[in-house]
Design a protein around this ligand. Structure first.
Ligand code: MN
Length: 232
């Protein structure tokens, strides 16, 4: 290890159910518009030709249970509850079978979004970085190994805001399956152990305010939660 000019940031690791070792978080890829009802509420069409992606920095991700300030630069900060899949083996130009074999596990995740900025960026045909890759903007729950969960069918995916249900759908509504996503994305990246893919959010996204708490769940997986405090 070279001597560094300032301390290296602590790597983010997340627990795995039934394991003592934790999963080190590498890159975070996110799928856009993977539930038709969410695309409709956003006023956009689903592209059924192929999935599309944006990325979020793992340096900006936090573990479930975090209490973080309402972010700067937005007046419309939204929750998006998602199924995250964790890659456990190197995979490149994967067939659907190879894609399935590369899945280490699954977890609940929040893709927090400055919706006002994302929409203005979209309208100006600019990148979504300010809208999506914000500090504390990805929240990750512990993982469950693939062999201990699934297959993906019609498991319920939901989110509550201060105990009021806001998102309530099933994984049967996913447009692109996890195998299709890995197979497609691995045509552009050498996916590797540690990579996470957030598979998109169902309908019902909306704003969260300082002082509020979100809890999201998927049948059979550990829930994810986030509390917002006032920005100082
Ligand atoms: Mn999302």
């Amino acid at each position: 290890m070279p001597k560094t000019l300032f301390p290296l940031p602590d790597p983010l690791t997340i627990p795995v159910r039934g394991e003592t070792d934790e999963f080190p978080v590498g890159r975070i890829f996110c799928v856009g518009r993977n539930y038709a009802a969410h695309a409709a509420e956003m006023g956009v069409e689903v592209d059924r030709e192929k999935p599309f992606y944006f990325t979020k920095s793992s340096a900006n991700a936090v573990a479930t249970g975090a209490s973080v300030p309402y972010p700067p630069g937005t007046e419309n900060f939204h929750y998006e509850m998602e199924l995250a899949l964790a890659i456990g083996a190197p995979v490149f130009r994967a067939s659907p079978d190879e894609a399935k074999a590369a899945i280490y596990g699954y977890g609940c995740a929040l893709d927090m979004t400055r919706r006002d900025l994302q929409i203005s960026e979209r309208k100006k045909q600019r990148p979504w970085s300010l809208g999506k890759d914000l500090e504390n903007g990805t929240v990750l729950a512990p993982l469950t190994k693939a062999a201990d969960w699934g297959p993906i069918a019609d498991q319920r995916i939901w989110l509550t805001l201060d105990d009021e249900t806001k998102q309530d759908a099933t994984l049967a509504e996913l447009i692109w399956s996890v195998e299709e996503i890995i197979s497609h994305l691995s045509g552009f990246y050498h996916l590797r152990p540690g990579d996470l893919i957030l598979t998109g959010t169902p309908a019902g996204v909306g704003p969260a305010l300082a002082g509020q708490q979100m809890v999201g769940g998927i049948d059979g997986l550990d829930p994810v939660s986030l509390s917002l405090t006032v920005l100082q």
